[in-house]
Design a protein around this ligand. Structure first.
Ligand SMILES: O=C(O)Cc1cc(O)ccc1O
Ligand SMILES: [Fe+2]
Length: 451
């Protein structure tokens, strides 16, 4: 039997038998967890008095009237409304929200960046957030932002939550700990985390410097995609998502809470750690997922399917079949299709595709799209394999071939993505990116036959 443990100063609940230490399996399950025995009321949510003198507090992630409500009941040492200062506006100039459109920056184009470099500057999760693109409008809760984070130090007695968004975190380098109100998530490359809107946390650096990508989802939450004809198995399986068990600390120290709200940042002071939720139950909670568990399904005879077969998570928009965001994973897999041009085809897409490389080489761009790097192929702008990838793939002797040591992803949104000023003028933009297509040859000479 796993027992209660101390992690980063927090007392963590014992983990249910047979599950990964510190986490409970399942996607969107109704979980219950307590770090002290009997802290969770049974059979009701609001007893006249809670055990241990805890306060009950509900965190609602959906409207009260939603047909499938997502909410969590927290039993905490103090209600989170207790704070001693009015909210005060603070500036985080690199952490942007949509709409963020600048006349001196042109978003129309095919773009690629080298990894945003680490510097000597001490950076936390908040000060190290570098927004690359924004789409939609944070005020109407549609669209998204894509960020790169650079973290060199832990948040000290400092906490954050985003009222604007759910955050999908995709590490590329280093290890982070998200000490959240609902428990602790440790995260490293090849894993992702989902931090729901309104959930408060501090981010600690476990192994640094850390760099990664964030998709900030202003809209409806990420869910597992409808599987259609693929059926019940493969892709991302619900049991592989891990939600932390309850963990709390009872620490009375002056602390800062920063809130992202309608694209603005506001701070308030409190006299204690807000990570004081001793027990909770509900279906609105953070989770993590190991991308190595993603089971890709693909072409097993001929042709190249749409990349939607690699969807890990999808955040719906109001229009069925058209996502606010799809999170798509291009990982190790066998390529077996016969008489087929196997890499992505040349194409234009109504959706806007921001890609990041976690490690290895991406088949359509063996050079130039490096780990930590980003590319953007915006709404209806043509793109596809570079010249060398085309030549190689169209002349290869085809047999079963393993695409090994490769992991890239795509944040794909129905909205155009606008470059921030940072992305357009400060980040390491590759000015010569479009040259990767310039030597594509004309092969047509009017005579039939494969060329
Ligand atoms: O552009 C890209 O590299 C992403 C992508 C991959 C693929 O296999 C099919 C379509 C697509 O947009
Ligand atoms: Fe594409």
């Amino acid at each position: 039997m796993n027992t209660q443990a101390q992690v980063s100063g927090l007392t963590r609940a014992a983990t249910p038998m047979g599950t990964t230490e510190g986490y409970m399996p399942g996607f969107g399950n109704d979980f219950e967890t307590e770090a002290l025995p009997g802290a969770l009321p049974q059979g009701m949510n609001s007893p006249q008095k809670c055990n241990y003198g805890l306060y009950g507090e509900q965190l609602s992630g959906t409207a009260f009237t939603d047909v499938r409500p997502e909410r969590t009941w927290c039993y905490r040492i103090r209600p989170s409304v207790k704070h001693s200062h009015r909210y005060r506006r603070v500036e985080l100039p690199y952490f942007r929200s949509a709409p963020d459109i600048h006349p001196e920056v042109t978003s129309l184009g095919q773009y690629r960046w080298d990894p945003v470099p680490h510097t000597d500057a001490p950076l936390t999760w908040l000060t190290g957030m570098r927004t690359m693109t924004t789409a939609g409008d944070v005020n109407t809760q549609v669209g998204m932002a894509a960020h790169v984070y650079l973290v060199t130090e832990s948040m000290q007695d400092a906490y954050f939550y985003s009222a604007d968004s759910e955050m999908l975190v995709v590490p590329q380098e280093g290890r982070l700990r998200f000490a959240t109100e609902l428990g602790i998530i440790d995260l490293e490359p090849k894993e992702i985390a989902i931090l729901p809107r309104g959930l408060l946390y501090r981010v600690e650096l476990l192994d640094g410097p850390a760099r990664g990508f964030v998709c900030e989802n202003y809209g409806q939450k990420f869910e597992l995609p409808g599987r259609g004809p693929i059926g019940a198995n493969c892709m991302a399986n619900p049991r592989d998502f891990k939600t932390p068990v309850a963990a709390f600390e009872d620490r009375e120290v002056p602390s800062t809470v920063t809130v992202k709200w309608c694209g603005q940042f506001h701070e308030t002071q409190i006299g204690q750690s807000p990570l004081d939720v001793v027990a909770w139950h509900g279906n609105y909670a953070p989770c993590k997922y190991d991308l190595r568990n993603y089971c890709p399904v693909g072409a097993i005879l001929f042709d190249h399917p749409d990349p939607s077969i690699f969807t890990v998570l999808t955040a719906p928009s109001g229009q069925p079949g058209t996502a606010n965001i799809d999170f798509v994973l291009f990982r190790e897999r066998w390529m077996v299709a016969e008489d087929t041009f196997r890499p992505p085809w040349y194409h234009k897409n109504i959706m806007s595709e921001l890609m990041g490389n976690i490690y290895g080489q991406y088949d359509a761009k063996p050079q130039g799209f490096v780990p930590g790097g980003i590319s953007l192929h915006n709404m209806m702008l043509p793109h596809g394999p570079d010249r060398d990838a085309f030549e190689k793939a169209s002349n290869a002797n085809l047999g079963p071939d393993k695409l090994d040591n490769t992991m890239s992803f795509m944040f794909e949104t129905r909205f155009p993505q606008h470059l921030t000023r940072f992305a357009g003028t400060e980040a390491p933009l590759q000015d010569d990116y479009i040259d990767c297509w310039k030597d594509i040859e004309k092969k047509f000479d009017g005579t039939p036959g494969k060329k």
